[in-house]
Design a protein around this ligand. Structure first.
Ligand code: ADP
Ligand code: MG
Ligand code: ZN
Length: 639
């Protein structure tokens, strides 16, 4: 057995390396003649790539890590393995700090790994120690963990990471190991440049995983999305085969977690919700049951999955869009860890896209307001989100889109995505979605952005008008269509009723808003008995109204419709004294907007707009809403 393998076993208790990449990276670092760049998914075992060499080298390895909590975790783990590792940080008791510094000053320090934050590395108090280690040639390696923090394009850019470039220059001759999870190409380039890596050896897990099947389904085109999801889950779980599999459905809000889990269970595949709104006990139980294969499906917000490494995940569904293509790759990548065929699906909806777009921009605006200036890095989340949208709206191989985003070559998909399996089907779906959105959505205009609020070139390849021609072929006559929409509204209404029955009616206590609630003053309990849920419902009435009628033609993006709806809702909220007056005012405003829209809409459009008003308010006759008593009666039943 080689020395490396023996060390792997003796110090870490592992019989073998996790992967070829891990083994190769460890050996390259050990050799010590080149800088090394490790790009592997979370959980792939990147730490070992510097920890093992650190143990075998003479001298000390300086490990830079962004958060004290992460550091403490690692150090505890290493201590438990009897590896001499410590950290110097601001939270350390003085006595312990002195002890560590004394060891580092001694002739032959016992310490092998010293963990430290980038701030500490740059702090004046640490300089004497660093200088002394350096001049005595005691530094074996410089390891920069979570190296994407150096990039303005990274999702958690840390200005202090930029200072590591200077550190690097001071440590001439000390090989550098940079580690990050699979990162977009532009982030990788930043890392290489900022850390001044000299033609590093790169060890990266290939992005393409051929056992994963990707596809995108436009949710708004489905008569019943839950039934569709059910069929998918059943198929992916392999019917009644003995081999037990499981699945994850990711949702953006707690409410939809509850709803999807409830629906799936009712339809025959048992599912449990997992989100931050649950009592800790319930949440742990959901996870435990799922881990133990007692419940096949977990319906979770993205907080679920950190550190979850389950081999037999047969499917990952995104009921709502992920916030970036990188997160999507990571989240969907929890499927098929055992190498067996597995499926990743997005149930895509433009409305969902607009909401997320809104939230992302709101978050950026909030940050800018706080710091009082715009920065280059503010664009990163938008670009990453646009890549996610393009993934859904583009005609092209899904695997290729992902691989190229991460700077890999175009892979041989061989039918492992919906586009490669049947491009015509993907094209037809896009056309149907475009037609639906032109009919009901905000963009009548042919502005720079298409009916998706996205550059049409990106998904329709410039075939203008294509969507309309296909629309009728696919959907039959208009009559069917209006029938279908009536039914859809009926379902929607029922759904809302059931939701209220289940939750709101029962409890009186104020339920605080989700973190990503778009309402202004969302946490305000100024108006008694007015729940966040009711306000969100009213907001969606206003939003739908704004984006479905003429006035919206000027709104280049329905994200702006939401923006405007938020303002109107807030204005009404501030001016209202009671929950009933608030609701009445919202309905009145909706009806006014309907009226003014109807007045300016040509004949043909008018019937459509009336139809749309059915989803916007509780009455399909705008006049009726003038005296809003009956409407608010309906409403108070509903909310
Ligand atoms: P990353 O930094 O890539 O997210 P970590 O270094 O934290 O991953 O490792 C993830 C887990 O994998 C840890 O629990 C670690 O102990 C384990 N691990 C690492 N290498 C091996 C190996 N060769 N065999 C088994 N488990 C390993
Ligand atoms: Mg790590
Ligand atoms: Zn493909």
């Amino acid at each position: 057995m080689s020395a490396v393998h023996r060390a792997l076993q003796d110090h870490f208790g592992f019989d073998k390396f996790r992967s070829q990449q891990q083994e190769d990276a460890v050996k390259a670092v050990l050799k010590g003649d080149r800088d090394v760049f490790v790009c592997m998914p979370t959980g792939a075992g990147k730490s070992l790539c510097y920890q093992l060499p650190a143990l075998l080298a003479s001298g000390i390895t300086l490990v830079i890590s962004p958060l004290i909590a992460l550091i403490q975790d690692q150090v505890e783990h290493l201590k438990a393995l009897n590896v001499p590792a410590r950290s110097i940080n601001s939270k350390l008791p003085l006595a312990e700090r002195r002890q560590i510094l004394a060891d580092l000053e001694s002739e032959s320090p016992r310490l092998k790994l010293l963990y430290i934050t980038p701030e500490m590395v740059a702090s004046p108090s640490f300089q004497p120690c660093l200088g002394s280690l350096c001049s005595r040639g005691l530094l074996a390696y410089l390891a920069v963990d979570e190296a994407h923090c150096v990039s303005q394009w990274g999702h958690d850019f840390r200005p202090d990471y930029l200072k590591l470039g200077d550190l690097r220059s001071r440590l001439q001759g000390v090989p550098c190991v940079a580690l990050t999870a699979t990162a977009p190409k532009r982030v990788q380039e930043d890392i290489e440049r900022s850390l001044k890596l000299r033609s590093p050896l790169v060890f990266a897990t290939p992005v393409f995983r051929k056992n994963l099947k990707y596809d995108v389904i436009f949710r708004d085109l489905l008569p019943d999305p839950y039934v569709h999801l059910l069929a998918f889950a059943k198929e992916a779980l392999g019917g009644n085969t003995a081999e037990k599999g499981c699945g994850i459905v990711y949702c953006r809000t707690r409410e939809s977690c509850e709803e999807v889990a409830h629906k799936l269970t009712k339809l025959g595949v048992s599912a449990k919700p997992y989100h931050a709104g649950l009592k800790v006990g319930d949440r742990t139980e959901s996870q435990a049951d799922w881990m133990a294969d007692k419940v096949p499906v977990i319906v979770a917000t993205i907080s679920f999955g950190m550190g979850v490494d389950k081999a037999n995940v047969r499917f990952v569904v995104h009921w709502n869009l992920a916030k970036s293509l990188a997160s999507y790759y990571q989240e969907s990548g929890r499927a098929g860890r055992d190498g067996l065929p597995s499926s990743c699906r997005i149930y895509y909806s433009p409305k969902d896209r607009d909401q997320l777009n809104f939230l992302i921009r709101k978050e950026i605006a909030r940050k800018q307001e706080k710091r009082g200036s715009e920065k280059e890095q503010d664009k990163a989340p938008i670009l990453d989100f646009e890549a996610m949208v393009a993934f859904c709206e583009q005609e092209g191989c899904r695997h290729a889109t992902i691989s190229q985003f991460f700077g890999n070559q175009k892979p041989n998909c061989a039918g492992a995505c919906d586009y490669c399996r049947d491009p015509k089907l993907v094209r037809a779906q896009l056309a149907r979605a475009a037609a639906l959105s032109t009919r009901t959505g905000p963009a009548q205009s042919s502005g720079p952005r298409g009916p998706f609020g996205f550059d049409p070139e990106l998904y329709a390849g410039g075939r203008k008008g294509y969507g309309f021609e296909r629309y009728d072929e696919e959907w039959g006559s208009d009559e069917d269509d209006s029938e279908k929409r009536k039914k859809e509204f009926g379902n929607l209404f029922k759904k809302q009723m059931n939701l209220r029955k289940g939750s709101d009616m029962a409890k009186e206590t104020f339920v605080p808003p989700d973190d990503d609630c778009v309402l202004k003053d969302a946490a305000s309990q100024r108006i008694p008995k007015l729940t966040v849920k009711s306000r969100e419902h009213c907001l969606s009435l206003l939003q739908e109204c704004l984006s479905s009628h003429r006035a919206a033609a000027e709104l280049s993006h329905s994200c702006e419709a939401l923006d405007q709806a938020v303002e109107i809702e807030h204005e009404i909220f501030r001016a209202s004294k009671s929950a009933n007056l608030y609701k009445a005012a919202v309905l009145k405003r909706v009806s006014e907007m309907k009226k003014s829209a109807a007045a300016s809409v040509p004949e043909e459009k008018q019937c459509e707009s009336t139809e749309a008003s059915a989803t916007c308010s509780s009455s399909s006759q705008p006049e009726h809403l003038g005296g809003f008593t009956s409407a608010s009666q309906v409403y108070s039943r509903e909310v």
